[in-house]
Design a protein around this ligand. Structure first.
Ligand SMILES: *Cc1c(COP(=O)(O)O)cnc(C)c1O
Length: 227
């Protein structure tokens, strides 16, 4: 089932990129495996999936240690509590949810010099009043500048979890704002290449707006029991 689901996601990416004449290779699938077992993850690996996203730090670290597979890339996509940042810095390849200088400083300090720099996405709060996570577009350029100065971090781009809108048109307007902010960042920093936008229910709008990474949980692994 997981294998088929991944094939379906690839097909959806193909159709969405055809609609906007983008190269499907520009869009990476991040398999969001939170609450799912390592057996589920192994099925995804067998289907060719090699990057995974986790929201809960202890659960994520357990899976990383258990699978112990250097061919995999792990993205932390949950909120980084300050008492957990050390584990993010030690075990993950990416952190997609940096939203303050304090958080960036901690990760930079805790990343060890024999590791590659931790890849960083700044989380942007784009018209999403329900959650307080993420910086506003106004605060973005200052934080990006600060992150880009930190030697053990590598600024790769932006992440957002926009609230679903009533219409596809409204959705697209918001996603285009994200895409513009991403392009502005790319003009300043050569290391920036990733716009993490779109989940199971909204990946088409995100891809049409320019997303380079869709974070897919439910549509790959099935629905989750609420945690
Ligand atoms: C859970 C989660 C996802 C996956 O959502 P689905 O709707 O299951 O695809 C993507 N991004 C973040 C940040 C998440 O927490």
């Amino acid at each position: 089932m997981i294998e088929n689901n991944i094939k379906n996601i690839r097909q959806r990416i193909l159709l969405a990129t055809e609609r906007c004449q983008r190269d499907p290779k520009e869009v990476t699938i991040l398999a969001v495996s939170k609450t799912k077992t390592t057996a589920d993850i192994k099925q995804a690996i067998a289907a060719g999936q090699d990057c995974f996203g986790e929201n809960y730090i202890q659960e994520g670290v357990q899976k990383i240690q258990f699978l112990a597979n250097p061919g995999l890339t792990w993205h932390f996509i949950g909120s980084v509590q300050s008492n957990k940042s050390r584990l993010v810095a030690q075990y993950f390849d990416w952190c997609q949810s940096v939203n303050s200088l304090n958080c960036a400083n901690r990760l930079n300090y805790q990343r060890t010099s024999f590791q590659k720099p931790l890849n960083i996405l700044i989380q942007v709060n784009i018209n999403n009043e329900q959650t307080k996570f993420g910086v506003s577009l106004k605060e973005l350029s200052t934080l990006a500048e600060q992150v880009s100065q930190l030697p053990y971090l590598k600024l790769r781009g932006l992440m957002a979890i926009p609230a679903l809108k009533e219409t596809y048109h409204h959705q697209l307007i918001i996603y285009q704002k994200m895409s513009e902010a991403f392009q502005e960042l790319q003009n300043v920093y050569t290391s920036v290449d990733t716009l993490s936008l779109g989940m199971s229910n909204d990946m088409e709008a995100a891809i049409i707006a320019g997303s380079t990474m869709v974070r897919i949980g439910t549509a790959i692994f099935g629905s989750r029991v609420q945690k």
